[in-house]
Design a protein around this ligand. Structure first.
Ligand SMILES: NC(=O)c1ccc[n+]([C@@H]2O[C@H](COP(=O)([O-])OP(=O)(O)OC[C@H]3O[C@@H](n4cnc5c(N)ncnc54)[C@H](OP(=O)(O)O)[C@@H]3O)[C@@H](O)[C@H]2O)c1
Length: 296
């Protein structure tokens, strides 16, 4: 019998990237895609009814409060979605024996490391967003549900708002732009993350408790070099100049170093994770199409 997968936050970057690949999995799974207008995950009773009535076996939580700078002003709102709502999903997963896949972030770390963060590295968030996301992970651990927590970094896709689309927009109205070159990480295609999540789904019966995984595209770069690559691939005539973080103040402090050790997820699910440049090149035409036609 087909298992039923409930996706929350399905209109976001990751949610839409999941929607784009599910045709490959329709023989095995029945998918229910929801977003805040159809299932507000801050409402525990609504989550209970959805899971009970649809006999949901697996929940993929692609919802989240992701406005990193705004979170400094509205921390309670960030915690409501990134902690309380996650606790709701975890409690309902326990009650109905569902498996929960939840997405977390490099922002739970302080970015002071000089070697890639492993799943055993100690979290120490330095922003309201980071604190709220770490609180969500803690809530899952406290619930005792069966779950996979998948931390990722620097997500982009053809959908919604992200760094790649911001660079395209800036390039259209500026001959040159300045981008920070002292924050290091890995740009990650939400499409590649979606494939990794489906690999976890396919093996979820082997996970008996809670497992944490790190997923990002391979390789390491700075926001500056990422921007240079975007301009090159999009054939934009916009000069990118490197600046340091202290010259580009933002409300939230970002981790200076966001590199993940990917070995656990690679070996657990036999993943071949593409290098960030390969994935960016592959998906760029679709991003340009969405950007040019003003499709979110
Ligand atoms: N973006 C990144 O760079 C990045 C990096 C690392 C980790 N992550 C994590 O990856 C996950 C997915 O990120 P993303 O970039 O795909 O996020 P996103 O594009 O911001 O999408 C989140 C979705 O959740 C929806 N949502 C908001 N409130 C909700 C509610 N109460 N109930 C149900 N859905 C609700 C949003 O709707 P509205 O748009 O209407 O609010 C939106 O459609 C998040 O957990 C995020 O923390 C993201």
């Amino acid at each position: 019998m087909k298992k039923t997968i409930l996706v929350t936050g399905a209109e976001g970057q990751l949610g839409k990237s999941l929607q784009a690949i599910v045709h490959n999995y329709n023989d095995l799974y029945h998918f229910i895609f929801t977003d805040v207008d159809t299932l507000d995950i801050t409402d525990r009773e609504a989550v209970r009814s959805e899971v009970r009535e649809n006999h949901v076996d697996i929940i993929i939580n692609a919802a989240g409060y992701t406005a990193v700078d705004k979170a400094e002003q509205e921390e309670a709102k960030a915690f409501l979605l990134n902690e309380t709502a996650v606790a709701n999903l975890a409690a309902v997963a326990v009650e109905f024996h569902a498996f929960l896949i939840h997405i977390s972030t490099d922002y739970i770390f302080d970015g002071q490391s000089h070697t890639p963060y492993t799943v055993e590295s100690i979290p120490n968030p330095i922003s309201a967003y980071g604190r709220s996301k770490w609180a969500g992970e803690v809530a899952i651990h406290q619930s005792g549900c069966r779950a996979a927590i998948v931390r990722t970094t620097w997500l982009y896709s053809p959908y919604g708002k992200n760094f790649v689309k911001t660079m395209l927009k800036l390039a259209d109205s500026n001959p040159e732009i300045r981008v920070v070159n002292d924050q290091i990480g890995a740009p990650t295609s939400a499409g590649d993350l979606a494939l990794a999540l489906m690999a976890i789904v396919n093996h979820q019966e082997n996970i008996s408790t809670i497992e944490t995984y790190h997923f990002a595209n391979k390789g390491v770069t700075s926001w500056y070099d990422f921007a240079v690559e975007i301009m090159k691939l999009a054939d934009k005539n916009c000069k990118v100049l490197p600046i340091s973080t202290d010259k580009y103040p933002t409300a939230a402090t970002r981790p200076a170093y966001s590199v993940f050790d990917l070995s656990k997820i690679e070996s657990a699910f036999h993943l071949h994770i593409p290098d960030w440049q390969i994935s960016l090149k592959q998906i760029m035409p679709d991003i340009i199409y969405h950007y040019s036609n003003n499709i979110l």
